[in-house]
Design a binder for this molecule. Structure first.
Ligand SMILES: [Ca+2]
Ligand SMILES: [Ca+2]
Length: 479
């Protein structure tokens, strides 16, 4: 459970109740939303309910009653029909500027000793709590009561006796069916090691926006996490709900549903921030809808290794990513020895496996057309429309070794057009400019990237260590 101020809690409760009830809101002092209901010549204003107040499992309900012109009110009865409800306290309160100031016993509540069960008022015929006190003409009295449960708000009948007549109306009050409120929460944290699990030492993230939706997608309420990273929607009715977390700038969602412990995992879809739908019964709390986030680096993909194994006409590609934030997937390219064209190897786009912490990938192609001595590139596509190229590497000419190799691969972002999830590949002829093929002794320079915007330089190839053998690093100009 989050530690939030009582004021926060009641404001939140009132907002949720008002949204759920579709009630008309108007501004009241101290930022509270209150709703006024005319009853005969009089009126009753509902200021809200404070759950778990003054103690856990208790709720405090705040009203004011205003008498009209003569005849003025001689008593008012709040109908309490839940068979198991107990009145723990009742009296006057100071008004919305100070909801902590409760004056127990003022206003002549009946029954006058607490706890008590509701009594039937003989004048109005209502079973409930009576305030047996005369009002002056136009006088307002602030009245409260405390009951023995976090009851959901339902229709509560109010009976008003004024002169010879009775007036009746309906205002929000404790559920006659004894329904208890439900709650949904409750944590957004910094997943420092990006494993998708709330580990000791990892801390909450404040001020993250969280939106509550019904199971059918209706937006019900919005809140933000407190200074410890907690949020809570309470005062909820039974039903289906989900929440959507909004990423702060510079953060990405961590892995979803890792480790099998719902209390410790992240429920936000890494791409949308939406959680699974949770079904709440009356009086049920689900406090395990959490979101882990981590700061994103300047690039969307890091590649730890990229290897190509050649077995006669078969090319076997293996690459390992360090992390993949906002990555769509990959293409593989080859450049023939002395050639100037980037040849697409894979028939269909190789999608990301969706793990922001990275994955191992394998791809196999029968390509007798790719000659011995060809160079290979791996290209990653970001959702924001940029590409990053990793390479080049040479193939390993062995049928039985595909051990991980530790190389640092250069990468160069360049803009591409993204269409319908499959990146646009420029025509091969536009892709490449390679050095003079007539001077084989000259170290191979990297091909230039396809350019839509300004042409970007590409770093010189890095010499990968292949099976322990180190290829000499290329030099810029052999002459
Ligand atoms: Ca973690
Ligand atoms: Ca969780």
């Amino acid at each position: 459970m989050p530690s939030q101020s009582l004021f926060e809690r009641i404001v939140r409760s009132v907002v949720v109740l008002a949204v759920l009830a579709g009630a008309l809101l108007w501004a009241a002092p101290a930022g509270l939303a209150a709703t006024t209901y005319p009853i005969g010549n009089h009126s009753v204003t509902f200021y809200g309910v404070r759950y778990d107040y003054p103690a856990a499992g208790q709720s405090t309900w705040y009203y004011s009653v205003t008498s009209g012109a003569r005849p003025s009110i001689s008593h008012v009865v709040f109908g309490l029909l839940c068979p198991t409800i107990q009145i723990l306290d009742a009296g006057k309160w100071a008004g919305p500027a100070n909801m902590d100031a409760l004056y127990s016993g003022q206003g002549s509540p009946v029954p006058g000793t607490f706890p008590a069960s509701p009594l039937t008022d003989p004048t109005t015929g209502l079973l409930g709590l009576k305030f047996d006190e005369n009002f002056g003409r136009g006088e307002t009295k602030f009245l409260y009561f405390v009951v023995n449960g976090n009851y959901a708000a339902g229709d509560m009948t109010v009976g008003i006796k004024a002169g010879p007549g009775n007036a009746y109306g309906t205002v929000p009050g404790p559920s006659a069916a004894c329904n208890l409120i439900s709650s949904l929460g409750d944590y957004v944290w910094l997943d420092a090691n990006v494993n998708g699990i709330q580990d000791p030492g990892e801390t909450g993230i404040a001020n993250v926006t969280v939106r509550l939706y019904s199971g059918t997608g209706t937006h019900l309420a919005t809140t933000t996490t407190n200074s410890s990273g907690y949020y809570l929607f309470t005062g909820l009715s039974a039903g289906d709900y989900y929440v959507v977390f909004t990423l702060p700038t510079g953060y990405a969602f961590t892995l979803q549903h890792m480790g099998g412990d719902s209390a410790k995992d992240s429920d936000a879809d890494p791409f949308t921030g939406q959680t699974q739908t949770v079904t709440l019964g009356w009086g049920q709390s689900y406090l395990d809808l959490d979101a882990g986030m981590y700061p994103t680096g300047p690039t969307a993909v890091t590649v730890a290794s990229f290897e190509v194994l050649r077995d006669n006409d078969t090319l076997r590609f293996k690459w390992v990513t360090g992390y993949e934030a906002d990555n769509l997937g990959f293409d593989l390219f080859a450049v023939q020895p002395g050639g100037s064209e980037m040849i697409l190897i894979n028939d269909t786009f190789i999608p990301t496996q969706g793990f922001t912490t990275g994955s191992e990938y394998y791809y196999e192609a029968n390509r007798p057309d790719i000659e011995v001595g060809a160079l290979f590139w791996l290209r990653a596509y970001d959702t924001n429309g940029t590409v990053e190229d990793f390479g080049p590497v040479e193939a390993i000419y062995s049928a039985y070794v595909l051990a991980p190799i530790d190389i640092e691969l250069p990468k160069v972002p360049a803009p591409v057009e993204i269409e319908e999830g499959r990146p646009t590949i420029k025509p091969r002829s536009e892709l490449i400019v390679l050095p003079d093929p007539e001077t084989p002794e000259k170290p191979m320079a990297a091909p230039s990237m396809p350019v839509i915007g300004p042409e970007l330089p590409i770093p010189a190839p890095v010499a990968p260590r292949l099976n322990g053998a180190v290829r000499p690093a290329p030099v810029e100009d052999a002459s």
